[in-house]
Design a protein. Structure first.
Length: 153
């Protein structure tokens, strides 16, 4: 992902992340954008060239961009864990196998880099992602749960 592409990615990725955090109940609407930007700035202080962070375009065989992928892998980390921060398939290209294909290619690349395990986070309300990851052999390792005590009036 070039610097220009990265700037375009940030434009929607931060908005999407803020919305997901609000939907999951972990961010308040009035502070969501600020908190999402803060997290992205902390994780990617050098933008698309932040060491050990890989920001990629997902392309068809013909070279058409259908999504974006961000993962982290530090070869010096003793646990050898590669972490998926974001995989996004553009809405008009969803349900065509691009997400599965990207994840399989990521697995191959992570193995080549020396990763021994793959980790990721998925929002509880994102059933499409849950289904994809489950079908690809990912297991639940930790679950946070909540119950809203305020009733909508």
């Amino acid at each position: 992902m070039t610097k220009k592409e990265f700037i375009g990615y940030l434009d929607h990725a931060i908005d999407d992340y803020a919305s997901e955090k609000v939907l999951s109940g972990t961010f308040e609407v009035d502070t969501a954008q600020y908190l999402a930007e803060k997290e992205y700035n902390e994780l990617l202080p050098e933008g698309n060239i932040t060491p050990n962070h890989h920001l990629l375009n997902i392309l068809t065989d013909e070279g058409k961009k259908v999504g974006e992928f961000w993962y982290h892998f530090d070869p010096e980390n003793q646990k050898k864990i590669a972490y998926v921060y974001d995989i996004s398939i553009f809405p008009e290209h969803q349900d065509q196998g691009y997400g599965s294909c990207a994840m399989l290619l990521f697995e191959e690349e992570a193995k080549k880099l020396g990763a021994k395990r793959l980790d990721l986070h998925v929002f509880g309300h994102n059933k499409v992602a849950w289904h994809l990851y489950h079908n690809m052999g990912y297991i639940v390792t930790d679950i946070n749960m909540s119950k809203n005590l305020e009733k909508a009036e």
